[in-house]
Ligand binder design. Structure first.
Ligand code: GTP
Length: 471
């Protein structure tokens, strides 16, 4: 799953080549209608036409219904995202739908006044081209504020209907038959489409839907060109409709994609971009997971550790003691416990200050760790009282360890600032009796021995090493 084109791309040269090929394909697709237009232009039989009014009315009816539907979907996308490009896209689609509609209704008057029938086509295409070009110029703009989005639609609707009336006026005026009129409208539309695509190339506009937008614009341009070459009802004229319909369907596909995903035309990504984003998110998630695990284990360690000395805190020590006692009972082996307490530690605090006392506690813990095996557990039970758990250690061995620790500390001169501190400790030692003993009993017995060591003059281990059990 973690293998993607982005992560394992082995040959940049091949990737560049494939990218170039993909662009070439898009270019061929965008210009494919030219071939059909040229073919019909050179091969068309001038006497063969397909004049079928009902078919034309039916086709225009479908186009109008589709246009109204896609205008609505685009409008909904705009209302959701506020993307300005979508506002103008919706206006272009709506304008085309409303201005083109009379072209269908007036088909049956074509014989009486062909201009009444013909002029709506180029005007509707020009309106659409203008809106689509303006839409592009708004590419990347900040989204419209929600209260702004609903404004202006009524005026636009009225404007398009007024335009319909104006076209009707022109169609009954003396200039209606001037060929320049119809051709100028088509050429202007072509110029706008081509300018739009040129602008996209210059600005290096990316995104899969924007690619469709560009191709649709070029198809519309080629459709307009075919209209300039065609005459009503001949095959070039029908082909022009077909190319236009193809562009319209392509664009409507883009709108549907926008509606079903982000509601935006520009924030739809190609598969390659999506894969790159997924990969980046996955890496971020993996990094976060590692950090979380690290933080968790840090927290667990901190929660179990005495901050001053680094020894296990009381809770952790007791839990380890319970675990080791259970294991000792299961394996019928023993474990021993040391409890030690610094002698006259209060004097250190009183004479050198609390901070010096802290320093001494740290040194004592360090020395204890030096003397102990890695499997032994040092715990700070509170204040200047520590305990050591010695798994699988008989009492004699535990007493020797305690004695080593006592001697080690006795020798140590602890430097605290300018002062030198010497301190000793008293230790009580006892061993778990695996069959009968509870941890509580063991602690109690060991604590009693520690008390005895203190009573007996301090700086000593109770029982003394080699002396066997002292009670
Ligand atoms: N600096 C420092 N002192 C502490 C800490 N916890 C406890 N103490 C001090 O340790 C001292 C313990 O005094 P006592 O219980 O009288 O024991 P002692 O002076 O060691 O005398 P004996 O145990 O009878 O030998 C007190 O002064 C406490 O304030 C600590 O975390 N840091």
């Amino acid at each position: 799953m973690n293998q993607t084109r982005h992560s394992d791309s082995p040959a940049p040269a091949l990737t560049r080549f494939v990218t170039g090929y993909a662009r070439l394909l898009a270019g061929i697709l965008a210009l494919a209608p030219l071939l059909a237009v040229a073919y019909i232009h050179y091969q068309q039989d001038p006497v063969r036409v397909f004049e079928h009014h009902s078919f034309h009315v039916g086709a225009i009816g479908i186009a109008i219904l589709l246009g109204a539907f896609i205008s609505y979907v685009t409008w909904r996308c705009y209302m959701a995202s506020g993307e300005r490009l979508l506002r103008w896209l919706a206006l272009g689609l709506l304008g085309f739908t409303l201005v083109y509609a009379p072209h269908g209704f007036l088909t049956h008057f074509a014989a009486d006044n062909p201009w009444l029938f013909l002029l709506y086509g180029p005007v509707s295409r020009l309106i659409m081209a203008a809106c689509f070009l303006i839409a592009l110029l708004h590419y990347g703009d900040a989204a419209d504020a929600p209260e702004r989005r609903a404004r202006g639609w009524g005026a636009a609707l009225a404007g398009f209907l007024v335009l319909d009336a104006l076209v009707a006026l022109v169609a009954v005026s003396p200039w209606r038959a001037a060929p320049a009129l119809r051709l100028t409208l088509e050429y202007l539309a072509i110029a706008m489409y081509v300018a739009g695509v040129g602008w996209m190339l210059l600005r290096r506009v990316r995104g899969s839907l924007m690619g469709l937008y560009a191709i649709a614009m070029l198809w519309f341009a080629q459709s307009s060109w075919a209209f300039t070459l065609g005459l009503p009802w001949n095959h070039q004229w029908w082909l022009a409709h077909l190319v236009f319909a193809a562009g319209f369907l392509l664009l409507s596909y883009g709108v549907v994609q926008a509606y079903l995903t982000t509601g935006s035309f520009t924030r739809i990504y190609s598969q390659a971009e999506l894969m790159a984003q997924i990969l980046a998110q996955k890496r971020r998630a993996e990094r976060a997971m590692v950090e979380l695990q690290q933080a968790n284990s840090d927290l667990t360690r901190l929660a179990a550790t005495d901050a001053l000395t680094g020894a296990a805190n009381r809770r952790e020590f007791m839990s380890r003691l319970e675990q080791e006692a259970a294991r000792a009972r299961r394996g019928e082996q023993t474990l021993s416990l040391l409890m030690f307490d610094l002698d006259h530690f209060k004097v250190v605090n009183d004479e050198h200050g609390h901070q010096a006392g802290d320093e001494v506690l740290k040194v004592v813990a360090d020395l204890a760790r030096e003397v102990l095996r890695p499997s032994d557990v040092l715990g700070r039970l509170g204040g200047e009282e520590f305990a050591v758990l010695l798994p699988a250690a008989e009492l004699d061995l535990a007493c020797q360890v305690a004695e080593r620790l006592r001697q080690r500390l006795e020798r140590e001169v602890i430097r605290v600032g300018d002062a030198q501190v010497r301190i000793t400790l008293s230790v009580g030692v006892d061993q778990l009796c695996p069959d009968a003993d509870s941890v509580r009993d063991l602690i109690q017995r060991t604590d009693t021995r520690l008390y005895r060591a203190k009573e007996a003059g301090r700086n000593r281990v109770e029982p003394e090493p080699g002396g066997g059990r002292g009670d």
